[in-house]
Every structure is written in C-alpha cells, then in structure tokens.
Design a protein around this ligand. Structure first.
Ligand code: FAD
Ligand code: NAD
Length: 532
C-alpha cells in the first residue's frame, strides 16, 4: 500500500530524475560565480546583469531545480487547482494573476557548456553539485563531487539554510524516522500533499512561521479528506517569538477556529511506533497518535564550507560574517539566509525571509559589479494565516523588546509585498527611497470583509514596562483584527508590524530609518491611518 512505500524522508533532497552534468562541461574560469541556486542568488544575478549587461554568470546549486521562490510552498500552492502531476507549480497570487513557483522557465537559462561562448552573457545553473571549499587566496571554488576547480573574479555565497530536526526523532530508528519530515522544497510539498490526502492525522511541531502557516493551510486543504491537523510546541502560543503575548494568544485561538488542534507548552519526550502510526509521549504525560510528524523547528544557516575556507561565522546568530557591503573577504560576498550582515542602523543581524534574500542578493550583486553600496534598504517580511490574518513586518520584530500597539477592527483587507519578479518597479521604488514597492491590490477573494466598526486599543505588553501614555485602554472586547505594533529600543522605533494593514510598509521603513526618539507615539500611529 501507499502507506508502506514511504521513503525515509527527513531530508528535503529532490527526487526529480535528471541527466547528470559532467564536470568537463562546466567552465573552469568565470567572472561571476554564485554558490546556491535560491532567491538571493537569482536576485544577485539580476542585479549583476542590469549593471554588466554581458555578464556571464555561473550558478552552482545542489538542488535539481532552476531558482524558485519558497513562500507559496506553505500557502498559495495548497489552494492551487493545478493537477497533481503538473510540475510547474502554478498558483494564484494575491493580485489574482497566476504564476509558477519558478522565477524563470528552463529556457531562460544557459547551458554551462555554452555560457562562455555567449557574448550576450546570461546565467548557467550547474545543478546537483555542491561547493565544498573556497580558496580565497587563489580565488577559486572546489566542488565536492570530484574536486573540480572553478576560478572566479567575484563570488557570492547564498547557500540558504537547512531545517533543524529534533534529537528525539534524529536518534530514533528508521521505521520511526520515515514518518517524520522537515519541510522546505517542492518535493516536501508533494510528499505532504499525498499524506494529507491519504492519512488521518498530521502533527506539526513548532510555533514559528512555517509551523503556523502550514497548520492553517493543511487544515483547509485537508477538510475534504477528513484530515486532523495538530500543531504542538513548547511556547505558550503561535508566533510567540514575533508577536506580543496577547496577540500570540489571540492568533492561537484563531488558528484553533480554523480547525487546528493546538497543543502549546509541551515538548515530545519519547516516540515509538504503534502499528503503522507513531505514538508521541509529551512532557505533560499526554500520548498522541499520529500518521506523520512535520518538524518546523527553525533552520541552521548552511555554513559547512566556512571553516575549511577560512571564513568567519557568527557564533550567536549563525551565518557567514559580512560587513555592511555584504563582503566576507575581498571579492567574496554573502547574502540571503546564510549571511550575518552588519546593518548600520540596527546592528548585526541574520534574516531568514524572502524579501531579505531579494534585497541582500541585489545589493551583493551590485557590489560584485563594483558599486560598493552599504546595506541601507530595510527588507520586510510577511505571513498569511488563514482568511483573517495577514501581516507585514520590518526591522527588529522581537517581543522581548518594549511594544506599543494600536488596533482597530478590520475594514477592507488589502496587501502589498515586494516581489523579485518585478525588478523595474522595485528599482524605481528603491530610488524613491521610502515609497512602498507595489500597487495596492485587493487581497484574496476568500477574505471576509468585516463591518467597519472602529475602535482604538492601547495594549500594554506584559513583557516590558513602557512609558507611552498614548491611547485610551479598552480591554472590554479584545479584537486584534487590524493594527500597528511598534517595537521599541531606547525610545526609538526599531521594528514595526502591520497587522492586517497593507500598503504602508514604505512608511514603516521611513519611520525606522529616521531613527528618532519618541515620548509619544500617537502622531506616528495616526500616519498609518488604520481606520481608513
Ligand atoms: P535558499 O532559498 O535556501 O537557497 C539556497 C540554495 O543553496 C539552495 O538551493 C541550497 O540547496 C543551495 N546550497 C546550499 N549549500 C550549497 C553548496 N555548498 N553548494 C551548492 N549549493 C548549495 N519568507 C518570507 O518572507 N515570507 C514567506 O511567506 C516565506 N515563506 C516561506 C515558506 C517556506 C515553506 C519556506 C521554507 C521559507 C519561506 N520563507 C518566507 C523564507 C524564504 O523562502 C527564505 O528566506 C529564502 O528562500 C532564502 O533564500 P536564500 O537564497 O538565502 O536561500
Ligand atoms: P522559525 O524560526 O520561524 O520558528 C522556529 C520554531 O521552532 C520556534 O518557534 C519553536 O516553536 C520551534 N523550535 C525550535 N527549537 C525547538 C525545539 N528544540 N523543540 C521544539 N520546537 C522547537 O522557523 P520555522 O517556522 O521552522 O521556519 C523555517 C524557516 O522558513 C525559517 O527560516 C523561517 O523564517 C522561514 N519561513 C518564513 C516564513 C515567512 O516569513 N512568512 C514562512 C515560512 C517559513
């Protein structure tokens, strides 16, 4: 039966068949070399090409796909009506238009064997190969597969990150591990989709972005199949590392209303096999029976090649240490999830979000062509949790900081996000410095448009005492449908979360960049026009 055919699947490795490329077909000397075939790398290519029109760019990727975006894997793809055997991964964007997960079709890319003959330039992905070392003195990379060497003038490290598993599963025998998976690739999406169609219970572990988004998507997708979706984690509520406690609590209740069985405040203590299912013993003594565990417990930056290449990594944040120009060593840059960069405004950071991979990839690409620009354009992130929650954030969004929030009940939900696929608009916006990157557009059709009964709330965060005598307190009917949350450090706004408010991320960026100190956030909050 299908149940017994599952392969051991903790790894996200692709299963797509491909014709292996021989190293003799890979050029041994290029001007631009990109390590990693993800969003940051592809964004760097676009920037390089727009500043060096004939650039010949070689991209080494250990995935077997051309570059693709990951966000729809936990959201839109679950609601797409594409056929199960359609491998273009088409989905409907929030704008209503349809597109594929891939940034460009296969035909867009050059073959490695012909790249150097094409004087118009282009990008050639070398798929299924891993860079094991960079020789920074002699400026060459060495491939793991057969020690093949490629010389470069400028090199980008955009190796992304790898999902963590948990010890309790990693140390278990294979008949248990084969019912535990991590989630990052189209292959993981395919696998989980089949499980959702054929099994009874899926258990997601983790309260972060991925666990929360997947739980909501699976609850909806699995309804016709009578799938039971559980989400369990050791925190007290969903997204507790992003949201102030009261909002995390409210969000958790919403997710329960979507049909997810949420089990907070626990860890998995032991795991055993119960016939064809798994039996999880939780730290509170409860026993849970499940068909499949999906571990969403964060990521580790892919820095395997660091120490052997003499490159520094950050002991606390992880990732390759780079300066404000995203340079690790002369002519070697890092961007995306794997970069621990210096933000002149907010200090040293590592960010694991799509827009950051676009923004930092672009900056690295520009600097690889000699522009020497510092990191100044703050990237944003977003998430969607079912029909009632969509949010965008920028800067340091960390609930251990002081937070000040203003809420109103939602009226019309609209959204905007930055998009690697519209570089001209993006560039224009960046030149205008603070304007938001996109046009306002209606949010997804299924969004319920609630009546516009407005109400302002001033929420006092539990984790830190703040001194903003701003808004009238009203806890009578907490409805955090729509609002703005300021994250404060030394009376400065260092992070902003826009909760069901869209098209205002440019304004949020401006406020953070102004770096002002505030005693009263009333006037700033008004700028977000949360009641309009
Ligand atoms: P990656 O996309 O991971 O690309 C790195 C590539 O490098 C991979 O192909 C990897 O296999 C390859 N590689 C690694 N090491 C080597 C090596 N030594 N040699 C050769 N190749 C190598 N962010 C948001 O802001 N909003 C969202 O809604 C959102 N949704 C997400 C949903 C999912 C399911 C996931 C997994 C992530 C989501 N993210 C989201 C995060 C976002 O997708 C990542 O931040 C982004 O993909 C990072 O891009 P990157 O290029 O740095 O890394
Ligand atoms: P995350 O960092 O958002 O959340 C990590 C979660 O892992 C924690 O909240 C916690 O619940 C759990 N965890 C950590 N250690 C644990 C342990 N020892 N035992 C049990 N649970 C533990 O990471 P994620 O949700 O796994 O997402 C994976 C990656 O994909 C991240 O880089 C994330 O930023 C990215 N992603 C981003 C978005 C978005 O921006 N909308 C959406 C999906 C995924």
């Amino acid at each position: 039966s299908g149940k017994d055919k599952e392969k051991c699947s903790e790894s996200s490795k692709p299963t797509t068949a491909r014709v292996p490329l021989l190293t003799k077909d890979i050029p041994n000397k290029v001007k631009y070399l990109l390590i990693g075939g993800g969003t940051a790398s592809f964004s760097a290519f676009r920037a390089i090409k727009s500043h060096d029109a004939r650039a010949q760019v070689l991209m080494i990727s250990n995935e077997l796909h051309v570059p693709y975006m990951r966000p729809p894997l936990s959201k839109e793809l679950w609601f797409s009506d594409q056929k199960d055997d359609d491998k273009t991964y088409r989905f409907k964007q929030w704008t209503g238009s349809e597109r594929s997960l891939f940034f460009e079709p296969e035909q867009f890319f050059e073959q490695p064997s012909t790249l150097m003959k094409n004087d118009k330039g282009g990008i050639a992905p070398v798929q299924g190969y891993t860079v094991k070392r960079i020789d920074s003195k002699n400026k060459k990379v060495i491939l793991k597969e057969d020690d093949y060497e490629i010389e470069f003038e400028k090199c980008l490290i955009a190796t992304g990150c790898t999902p963590k598993n948990l010890n309790v599963f990693e140390s278990a025998p294979s008949h248990i591990r084969n019912k535990v998976m991590i989630y990052r690739t189209p292959e993981d999406f395919e696998k989980l989709k089949t499980i959702a169609q054929t099994k009874k219970v899926v258990t997601i572990i983790g309260s972060g972005f991925l666990g929360s988004e997947l739980a909501c998507s699976l609850a909806k997708y699995g309804k016709p199949y009578n799938l039971q979706v559980q989400q369990m984690y050791h925190e007290g509520g969903n997204l507790a590392k992003i949201l102030p406690p009261y909002l995390s609590e409210w969000t958790t209740k919403k997710i329960e209303q979507y049909g997810v069985d949420v089990i907070p405040n626990i860890q998995v203590k032991e795991v055993s096999r119960d016939h064809d299912k798994l039996k999880l013993l939780l730290t509170d003594g409860r026993v849970v029976i499940t068909d499949q565990v999906v571990v969403c417990a964060g990521c580790n930056a892919n820095t395997d090649l660091a120490s052997i290449s003499g490159l520094e990594t950050d002991g606390r944040l992880g990732g390759f240490v780079v300066n404000a120009e995203l340079e690790a060593r002369s002519d070697i840059y890092a961007a995306g999830d794997a970069a621990c960069f210096y933000d002149p405004l907010l200090g040293r950071r590592r960010v694991e979000h799509h827009d950051h991979s676009v923004v930092s990839g672009r900056l690295a690409g520009e600097n690889m062509t000699g522009m020497n620009k510092p990191y100044e354009h703050q990237s944003m992130f977003w998430s969607d949790l079912g029909p009632d929650i969509g949010f965008e954030g920028i800067g340091l969004v960390d609930p251990s900081l002081e937070t000040v929030a203003v809420f109103a009940k939602p009226s019309k939900l609209q959204r905007t996000t930055s998009n690697l696929d519209d570089p001209p608009a993006h560039y224009k916006a960046e030149q205008k410095e603070h304007s938001s990157e996109e046009k306002p557009t209606e949010k997804k059709e299924e969004v319920e448009h609630k009546p516009k009964t407005e109400e302002v709330k001033y929420e006092k965060p539990e984790m830190a005492e703040h001194k903003w005598p701003a808004f009238e307190e009203d806890h009578s009917s907490p409805d955090y449908g729509k609002g703005v949350i300021f994250y404060m450090k030394d009376n400065k706004v260092v992070g902003i979360l826009l909760w069901n408010i869209f098209n205002r991320i440019g304004l949020a960026r401006t406020i953070i960049k102004q770096d002002n100190t505030y005693d009263d956030l009333n006037e700033v909050a008004k700028l977000f026009a949360i009641h309009s």
